[in-house]
Design a binder for this molecule. Sequence first.
Ligand SMILES: *Cc1c(COP(=O)(O)O)cnc(C)c1O
Length: 389
Amino acid sequence: MQTKTATRLGLLPPYLFAELDRLKKEVAASGVDVISLGIGDPDLPTPQHIVDSLKRAADLPKNHRYPDYEGLEEFRRAAARWFERRFGHRFDPVGEVCALIGSKEGIANFPTAVVDPGDIVLIPDPGYPVYYSGCVFNGGEPYFLTLTKRNGFVPDFSSVPDEVARRARLLWLNYPNNPTAATVDAAFFDRAVRFCLKNDIILAHDSAYSEIAYEGYRAPSVFDAKDARECAIEFHSLSKTFSMTGWRCGFAIGNPQLISALGKVKTNVDSGVFQAIQEAAITALNGGDGDKLGEYCAIYRERRDLLVGALREMGLKCDLPRATFYVWAEVPSGYTSVSFTERVLKEAGVAITPGSGFGKGGEGFVRFSLTVSSERLTEAVARIKALRL
Ligand SMILES: *Cc1c(COP(=O)(O)O)cnc(C)c1O
């Protein structure tokens, strides 16, 4: 039997990372101790009080049943309280917050709620790949907003042709940004909201890295912008903030019609977040903000300084990021993103991520993750230095 799969799967770009994974395994199999600076997954553990909270909650039979679709009311209250403490904006936990099985889930499902076939979705390039897959899985037409060094890795809305803006239904933004580590100020969100309101576009902001920041930088929320509540939804995640990537927990907050539309899709697709995890997430959101988060950011910051200093010494151009645990560096002349990544992997045994894996706009750059210890990072840097780039 010939197994036929859906046409939409063919719309996905060739999975560049699969080839690199294969190469990484090959290098490791030859006996090299590969250092991975490739993945955006914290090496630092979930703080113990959150783990303990899960253990207690896991014992309770009431938590073994199907959870509420939209999340425990207490979870949504904790999320709204955390958001108000952090950003100073009050939202109704019942109508304006929705629990997510990790923010990736919400980001992937949101277009099903708001994008019709043929609608344009404005997507940053380079960008988190789920904005694209969520668009094309729902028959949307992607229009890429190229992020360049010249524009500070921030889209220029005035470059969007009128007929594109008119057909656009949804705009994705993500600051602090993955993969470029760029940040914005609240004035940028004012411009974005004005552009969206003028053209009747929904603004979806992915705020996964809002808390991973350095030297007092405080990432703004899209809701710092005037009238954002009329058109915006913001996706938050416990993954990076509390080192909880494996737990799958996040939330969406914002315009009640958009929250309700997303909830309607989810009701038909999934059955919510395991309640014991929601209880642990409440513990995370209620208290532990300060303690480990500050400690962990200090650790990322030390690694950032070590890596950026070493890359610059080697002549690789990169900005010192104010947020995220990534360093976005230009490849030396004579290389593409992939050829540089391959050389560093084969000859130095260090895995990094080619910028082109995040879209055409990422060509000429590579992303380093700060998710290994300073000792490993020092070793990685020494090995790359030995290549005499
Ligand atoms: C890590 C990440 C997410 C989401 O992660 P979840 O674990 O699904 O909450 C979302 N957006 C970006 C840009 C990310 O890097």
